[in-house]
Write a protein that binds this ligand. Sequence first.
Ligand SMILES: *[C@@H]1O[C@H](CO)[C@@H](O)[C@H](O)[C@H]1NC(C)=O
Ligand SMILES: *[C@@H]1O[C@H](CO)[C@@H](O)[C@H](O)[C@H]1NC(C)=O
Length: 216
Amino acid sequence: MANLQSSSFLLTLCLFLITSLSSDFDPSQDFCVGDLKASPSTINGFPCKSSVSSNDFVFSGLKGPLNTSNPNGATVASGNVLTFPGLNTLGVSMNNVEFAPGGVGQPHTHPRATEAGVVIEGSVFVGFLTTNNTLFSKVLSAGEMFVVPRGLVHFQFNVGKGKARLITVFNSQLPGAVILPNTLFGSNPAIPNAVLTKTFRIDDVTVNNIKSKFVV
Ligand SMILES: *[C@@H]1O[C@H](CO)[C@@H](O)[C@H](O)[C@H]1NC(C)=O
Ligand SMILES: *[C@@H]1O[C@H](CO)[C@@H](O)[C@H](O)[C@H]1NC(C)=O
């Protein structure tokens, strides 16, 4: 009985250790500036560039201001391994997100990372949903930080009168983004209407109407 208990304890401990590992692999060298042109790319990230300089470790792409004249009234500039190869193998990335008044960061998930963010300017309603559909949300102003647990659906909405800006950080070099309206209504090839009419309990006309707004 004691043996059974201790082995199930060990099993639980192993499962806990496996599931609590950080989302990207730990690097096995100081750095590995990604050589994006090298082929084939490896399964997890890119091979290392053979020659590097200081410029490989800095990125100027988060400065803004961004053009938010689009249907969402929001634009994201990403500093991930694809735009900033110096992040390769280091397990971190950042975004600059800007919103026009009323702009929305549509409900989305990052399958490979937990997200933290800080409001730099404006007033932003941020929220995430748990796997049991509980909404945790709050209006934040400049200097306030939030966190979104890995993989959970979340959104941001500019509730201020002026523009709003966030800086977000991820514990992955390439967190990925599943943007729900685009995924469901703007995929290529499209999800058949029969799936969407049944899922959302709406008719074909409504599905086609929504699809027409999310063409890829
Ligand atoms: C912003 O983007 C819109 C839509 O693409 C474009 O029409 C407009 O010229 C852009 N504005 C600036 C200042 O680049
Ligand atoms: C869902 O999770 C929340 C937060 O952990 C908890 O308070 C609530 O009771 C749960 N609701 C259901 C229906 O399980």
